[in-house]
Design a protein around this ligand. Sequence first.
Ligand code: ZN
Length: 271
Amino acid sequence: MAALDQRVRDLAARLGLRIGYIAAAGFNNVTGRPIRLIVLHDMEYPERPDGAEWCANFFASGRVRASAHYCVDNDSAVQGVDVEDVAWAAPGANHDGVQVEQAGFAAQSREQWLDPYSRAEMANTAKLVAALCVALDIPARHLTVAQILAGQRGIVAHRDVNAAYHRSDHSDMGPNYPWDVLLPQVQAHIDTLTRPTPTPPPPQEDDMAMTPDERTALAKEIGREVALALLDSPIGAGSDDAPASVGWGLYRIQSELMRIRGIIQQAVSKP
Ligand SMILES: [Zn+2]
């Protein structure tokens, strides 16, 4: 598995989607191909929980000359072809596309594409497509036929590829596929994956808690201030004014202690 496949897996895993692997029998082994399209298909297979596994095993069996890079259903996703290789799924957009199969039928109504199974499947498709968009630098937009023919980058259905290049008669995923529900989910996942990792702001001086060294320094400062206050206080100097002097000394000590208490309160009240 190439680095690109691992990158897609890592991105999908960040969105909560794990991707299995069942190697398809048929594909073109190439390197360095330019990829500009994510091509969505439906399997023409019932909405069942084994859809992805069934489809991947079908492509692995060698009984059909077809393959896809990924098969998705309501509870899983399975890779069958490395992203850098060419899967055989949408003639006209095989060489520059990544192919994604989903359980369901092209004839489904919008309501059927939005039933509980389809919504669960779409959630997985959105995660996988978002991972592909980020890994391949493809925007989360549904291309028109004109945009496909103009060589633009984006997401298309197999039927769009056929409308552009007329290389097969496949009509998946039909006209009722709810792109308006899928694309916002894809974009939201892309935003999640590309949001810069928040870094904590550098701590400001005032916000920092005291370190043990700072506590020790403060304690020494307090001791020094108290000692100086005591030395400066004429406690017991002269017997005549002893009561007054003692009173004045106590006042000096008390006021010094209040000043120091203010310093301490300021220091320890910081979060
Ligand atoms: Zn198809």
